[in-house]
Design a protein around this ligand. Structure first.
Ligand code: SF4
Length: 349
């Protein structure tokens, strides 16, 4: 390790000892390291979700499933129900699949090598290294957004992140610690979220500013370079039907086991289309003779597209839907419905 990287590491480790964030998955377990199962779960939760949101839900999760063995007994509907509100449900499915594999193939122990971890569902290069480094103190450097930003600034790299991924990997590897990998990785992450902030980095109090090329050249507010072109998300259209019977129950069904929001609960809705004019009334709604009331339009943003739904509400007699699945109106918010469906019901009832 070069002298400069060594000094940066020393400062960050020292800073971390006094300033680390108290996070539930960091609680020390054995050998002064966190519980590998906690780190494993938290890394799935943290993909696409902020630390603050994950904090509370993580504690709830661990109360439900305190060990990997226990989680391996869970069913997909159970974990999907829990995941409601966190979004990106494929993470929940992958977490459960990976858990069952670890339980069966690795005797309930999180694998301690990259080759086995990377083959598990939902685990990519970053997550594999985060688990190895944070939970098992292996000498690796996972690059999350905080660490990438620090590296870009230290080296005054004025190119968009996606153009310099390999360069960042090489630069990050220069900081790898032989002995204190877990603390070092977490110190980088915390430093990025407390000192080397995305918008207003606290350079004046930064203990590594003497090594920072951006600070030297006064570029710290310009780096990381943002891509100017904002992609406009496509819109899809649907009509959603909130049908309530005389027992105050809502008509629901299971979504297909493949594709978006797979296996979750939904209210009947038309197939989502790109052109509003090509909407076709959902089959389940074709047997409804009651006049439905329009409850207006609603927009929901997914990562790759926006959904515009026109919501309809109607009352029917339960006896007319002998094959229908119903859930109590009072229970939908706690059901296996994804957030988009809960919002639709909320607006209709
Ligand atoms: S000097 Fe500023 S930009 Fe450079 S590492 Fe420190 S906080 Fe980040």
């Amino acid at each position: 390790m070069l002298k400069q990287e060594k000094q940066v590491n020393q400062h960050l480790i020292k800073w971390y000892a006094q300033n680390k964030r108290e996070l539930p998955w960091r609680k020390l377990y054995k050998n002064n390291l966190p519980n590998p199962y906690y780190v494993f779960v938290s890394e799935y939760m943290l993909q696409q979700t902020t630390v603050n949101t994950v904090k509370e839900r993580f504690i709830e999760f661990i109360n439900y499933w305190p060990t990997l063995k226990k989680l391996a007994t869970a069913t997909e509907p159970q974990i999907l129900k829990f995941w409601s509100g966190l979004g990106y449900y494929s993470r929940a499915r992958n977490l459960l699949k990976a858990t069952k594999i670890i339980n069966k193939k690795f005797n309930s122990k999180i694998p301690n090598n990259y080759e086995d971890l990377i083959l598990l569902p939902g685990i990519g290069d970053y997550t594999a290294k985060a688990i190895l480094g944070i939970a098992l103190n292996k000498s690796v450097m996972p690059l999350d957004a905080n660490i990438e930003r620090i590296l870009l600034r230290l080296h005054a790299i004025d190119k968009p992140i996606n153009k310099v991924k390999n360069i960042l990997k090489d630069l990050g590897n220069k900081f790898i610690s032989d002995k204190y990998s877990s603390n070092l990785i977490q110190s980088f992450m915390d430093y990025g979220s407390e000192i080397c902030l995305p918008r207003n980095p606290k350079c004046d109090i930064c203990g590594i500013n003497i090594f920072c090329q951006s600070y030297k050249k006064n570029l710290q507010l310009k780096i990381p370079i943002k891509l100017k072109k904002k992609t406009i998300k496509p819109i899809k259209y649907t009509r959603a039907y909130v049908i309530v019977n005389e027992k105050n129950e809502i008509l629901v069904r299971n979504r297909s086991s493949k594709g978006m929001l797979a296996s979750m609960l939904e209210v009947p809705n038309d197939v989502w289309v790109k052109n509003k004019k090509s909407l076709i009334t959902d089959q389940d709604m074709q047997q409804i003779t009651t006049k439905l009331k329009s409850k207006g339009s609603f927009e929901y943003s997914f990562s790759h597209f926006d959904l515009e739904a026109e919501i309809f509400y109607g009352n029917v007699k339960k006896a007319k839907f002998l094959n229908g699945n119903w859930i109590k109106k009072s229970a939908y918010s706690n059901s296996r419905m994804p957030t988009v469906m809960k919002k639709i019901v909320e607006l209709a009832v």
